[in-house]
Ligand binder design. Structure first.
Ligand SMILES: [Zn+2]
Length: 142
C-alpha cells in the first residue's frame, strides 16, 4: 500500500461533532473530530442512529496533501568513444578535410605528423596489408 502523503500543516479541519476548527497532525488518518470527547459523542450518536433514534449528519472534508514528486532529469553528457574500424575512414577523411581547410592550428601539426607517420609504419609492418597492396599492384590482376 502506498504511504499516506503528508498533509499541509497550515490547514484546519472542522470537527464533525462540535463544528469547531482544529489543526490536525500532518501525518496519519484524516481526523473527523477535534478531540477524544467529540469522537466519543459522535460514536454514541452513531450508535443511537443505528437503532433509529437520531439522524446523523455526514460531513465530507477536503484535505490538501503534500505529494513528493520525483523528477527525472535527462542530462546530455559527452562520452569519449573509442573509434572502431567502421569509424576510422570517416575520421581520417575529416582530419584530411580539416587540415586542408586550415582548421587545425600550426602548433598541433608536428604531433599530428608524428602519429600519422606512426600509422603508416604500423601499416607497412602488417603482413595482411602488404599482401593486399601487392595484389592490387600486380599487373596480371587487371
Ligand atoms: Zn469537536
Amino acid at each position: 500500500m502506498a504511504k499516506r502523503p503528508r498533509r499541509r500543516s497550515d490547514q484546519t479541519l472542522v470537527c464533525g461533532w462540535c463544528s469547531r476548527e482544529f489543526l490536525p497532525a500532518t501525518r496519519g488518518r484524516t481526523p473527523k473530530w477535534c478531540s477524544q470527547v467529540c469522537r466519543q459523542r459522535a460514536w454514541e450518536q452513531r450508535r443511537a442512529a443505528r437503532s433509529g433514534l437520531v439522524a446523523v449528519e455526514i460531513v465530507q472534508q477536503v484535505v490538501e496533501v503534500e505529494k513528493v514528486v520525483q523528477k527525472e532529469v535527462v542530462k546530455r553528457v559527452e562520452v569519449p568513444v573509442r573509434p572502431s574500424r567502421h569509424n576510422w575512414p570517416a575520421l581520417l577523411a575529416e582530419l584530411t578535410s580539416q587540415l586542408d581547410r586550415g582548421l587545425v592550428y600550426d602548433r598541433d601539426l608536428p604531433e599530428l605528423a608524428t602519429h600519422l607517420s606512426g600509422v603508416l609504419q604500423v601499416l607497412e609492418r602488417r603482413p595482411g596489408y602488404q599482401r593486399l597492396m601487392a595484389r592490387s599492384r600486380s599487373p596480371w590482376r587487371r
